[in-house]
Design a protein. Sequence first.
Length: 243
Amino acid sequence: MENTAIVTGASRGIGLKIAEYLARDGYNVLLVARNEEKLKENADKIASRYDVETMYFAMDLSLKEDFDNLSQFIRENIKSISVLVNNAGITKDTLFMRMKEKDYRSVIEVNLLGVFNMTSIVLPYMLKERKGVIVNISSVVGITGNAGQTNYAASKAGIIGFTKSLAKEVGARGIRVVAVAPGFIETDMTSSLSDRIKEEYLSRIPLRRFGKPEDVAEVVSFLCRDAASYITGQVIVVDGGMI
């Protein structure tokens, strides 16, 4: 496939919506996540709706051997990569005094080390063609912090530092690197929160509504267009004014 966008965490929620919007914009899409059944279903729907080529690859972003297999898959099936969206992420929330090292480590491995490994695979393709866009999905929690999320906040703050640093390294080669920091977005990940917690968050949002995956996907879509060609190294906050 040529003119390809790769999206991680594309089995549901924000990642799936980003994959749909990039397909709408004319990109062929490689969807990456753990759930192979959902990936196949999503890839088929996107291909039929937007008349683009789609592929999918099921993997665990905490496993080095899965990245090796993905790298081989890309070499065999994809000619050029225009966009990488590092969206995959997990949470294992608890107060720091109750947090186990394995829970801290697993969140860092997926959310932050996963960004490193994905970028390591994709960047050589972009460097060769002297163009490309890397969008890293961070979080407002990486900016403000949040009680009970020291592991998640550290991983998302790390993504911001990674984004700003890499943008300085590869800008001269025509490659842009940008972070998007969503606020409270209605997804499967947030649906399990209690009504009390949801009301508390809602009271802190000036626009008085929670975000939808479409709100994030539209921003990512814009950042990948020529209209955003002078934007790099930035963190775009999509949170309804919460922070």
